[in-house]
Ligand binder design. Structure first.
Ligand SMILES: [Zn+2]
Ligand SMILES: [Zn+2]
Ligand SMILES: [Zn+2]
Length: 124
C-alpha cells in the first residue's frame, strides 16, 4: 500500500489552526503543525468538504476525511447513488455526511468476478 504525502488541507500547509480557536498560534490539529499529512493510495478528494478539510457547516475538521481533504478508497469507484456525488445527506438531515459513501461522493464498485475471492480473503 502506497502512502502519499500531501499538503494539509485544513491549514493549507501553514501548520496553524485556521480558526485560532485556542489561540492564533495554535498548531493545526490535523497535521500537528508540520503542514503536510500522509494518505494511503488510492485516494480522492473528499466530496463532503470539497477537499478543504473543513466541515462545510461548522468550524471543525471535516468528519469524513479528518481534515486531510482526501479520502482513501478502493478502486474502481462510481458516483454514489445516494447523494449523487455530493457526499452529504440532504440539507434537512442536519448536514450529515452521506450514510452510503461516508462523504467520499463515490462508492467502491465490486466486480462480480473478484467479489467471491475478496470475500474469502477478508475477515467477516
Ligand atoms: Zn494542518
Ligand atoms: Zn472532507
Ligand atoms: Zn453518498
Amino acid at each position: 500500500m502506497a502512502a502519499n504525502v500531501i499538503t494539509c488541507a485544513f491549514c493549507e500547509g501553514s501548520g496553524r489552526d485556521p480558526f485560532g480557536l485556542l489561540s492564533g498560534l495554535s498548531r493545526c490539529q490535523v497535521c500537528g503543525g508540520i503542514g503536510s499529512v500522509t494518505i494511503e493510495e488510492p485516494c480522492l478528494r473528499c466530496a463532503f468538504c470539497e477537499g478543504r478539510g473543513v466541515h462545510p457547516h461548522q468550524r471543525l475538521t471535516c468528519t469524513c476525511c479528518g481534515g486531510k481533504g482526501m479520502i482513501s478508497i478502493q478502486q474502481p469507484t462510481a458516483e454514489c447513488p445516494h447523494c449523487q456525488g455530493t457526499g452529504a445527506e440532504p440539507p434537512d438531515q442536519d448536514y450529515l455526511p452521506c450514510v452510503l459513501c461516508k462523504g467520499a461522493g463515490v462508492i467502491t464498485v465490486k466486480k462480480k468476478v473478484v467479489a467471491a475471492k475478496e470475500k474469502a480473503k477478508q475477515p467477516a
